[in-house]
Design a binder for this molecule. Structure first.
Ligand code: SF4
Length: 370
């Protein structure tokens, strides 16, 4: 089994915190779309698996692409792969792109899951982040998607934002919960150097929140969403029962994937390849790739990292079977300190971080690396 990803690196407006590769040169979009088809033809043999389980349109802003073009790409994938087991086709969307006309056109496609970059329902926070939409537009987008029959909706929210008082996060969480969406991704705001937010920090005009405040907000998000019936199944992800993101879960399970588009990454079990991040070159049909082979140590470290980020945690039997007794002993030796500190739990053959401690998962994970 494998997954397929299309990267659409275009954005109409740049968010103040965003460090992803993206371009505003919308005139390149038609050529890039055309070349997504060409690259798909050229690269479909990269995967040893021919059966896909999910297709994902990520960005940037995939909702800048007309649904007719999205469906053409899906149909092209059906020509290249066995898509009989594809249960999830996700489109990332900006709320203000989901107007009546776009929603009606989207209803004609095979997209069955939409991930909305809402981030906050507070208009002051949205302005600070330089987002294009308002809180009300975000709610309208969810209702429009429901009206066209999208039964699986995910929304992104951001917490850990300084300067807006105590109530904006709890209000945003309540508005998110009242929409009754199937999935919520909640990310802590991080300050990246090469962003507008990074400039504000350097000028002394923005001070990130303290570690204590981060932890308080993280637990606020955790408690509110878990009380509302969501399972905190990965560091930043919450799902209603049986509605975990299939595509992202496949990444965390080490499943092969093919990424198509400028900046997209692919993984075939032992090799990782990525297309260089230039929409200009890509639009001219010049796809440059870089790649690396994964060593047994890389495989082990990746397994530790991806599994400890989820509530499933490390399967100790799997570790012994795939990486050997020495690695198993290494894990068991390091685990005891974390278990004593109640940052790690053991249940039968599983070693996992309790979801209330996910915020410190990076330090725990690093301690198991070799
Ligand atoms: S829409 Fe997404 S990719 Fe584009 S600038 Fe904002 S956060 Fe970055």
């Amino acid at each position: 089994m494998a997954t397929l990803y299309f990267h659409i690196p275009f954005c109409k407006r740049i968010c103040s915190y965003c460090d992803f590769y993206k371009v505003g040169a919308m005139e390149l979009l038609p050529k890039v779309i055309e070349n997504l088809h060409h690259e798909l033809d050229e690269r479909s043999t990269y995967l040893s698996e021919r059966k896909l389980t999910s297709i994902y349109f990520g960005g940037g802003t995939p909702s800048l692409v007309h649904p007719i073009e999205i469906e053409r790409l899906i149909n092209h994938a059906r020509e290249r792969f066995d898509c009989s087991e594809v249960k999830e086709i996700t489109l990332e969307a900006n709320p203000d792109d989901i107007n009546e006309e776009y929603a009606v056109a989207l209803a004609q496609t095979s997209v069955n899951r939409v991930s909305l970059g809402i981030q906050s329902f507070d208009d002051r926070v949205l302005q600070f982040m330089n987002r294009r939409h308002t809180g009300t537009e975000a709610e309208e987008a969810v209702k429009r998607l429901r009206a066209i029959g999208i039964e699986n909706i995910s929304i992104d929210i951001i917490f850990g934002i300084a300067g807006f008082g105590d109530s904006h996060l709890s209000e945003s969480l309540q508005r998110a919960i009242s929409l009754d969406v199937e999935h919520i991704s909640a990310y802590h705001l991080t300050v990246e150097e090469r962003t507008r937010l990074g400039v504000l920090v350097r000028k002394g005009e923005y001070t990130p929140i303290s570690d204590e405040e981060s932890e308080r907000e993280f637990l606020m998000v955790h408690d509110a969403l878990c009380d509302a019936g969501y399972d905190h199944y990965e560091v930043s992800n919450f799902a209603k029962p049986n509605l975990k993101a299939r595509h992202n879960s496949a990444y965390w399970q080490g499943v092969e994937y093919l990424g198509i588009g400028p900046g997209a990454h692919s993984f075939s079990g032992n090799n990782r390849t990525w297309c260089t991040s230039s929409a200009k070159e890509y639009s001219e049909g010049e796809y440059m790739y870089e790649s690396e082979e994964l060593s047994p140590v890389d495989h082990y470290n990746e397994y530790v990292m991806t599994s400890l980020r989820t509530s499933q945690g490390i399967d100790l039997e799997y570790v012994e079977r795939h990486f050997g007794k020495a690695r198993l002993e290494h894990i068991e030796r390091n685990a005891s300190t974390w278990i004593e500190a109640q940052c790690l739990m053991r249940h039968a053959n599983r070693l996992f971080i309790p979801s209330t401690r996910f915020l410190v998962s990076d330090s725990i994970i690093e301690s198991f690396f070799v």
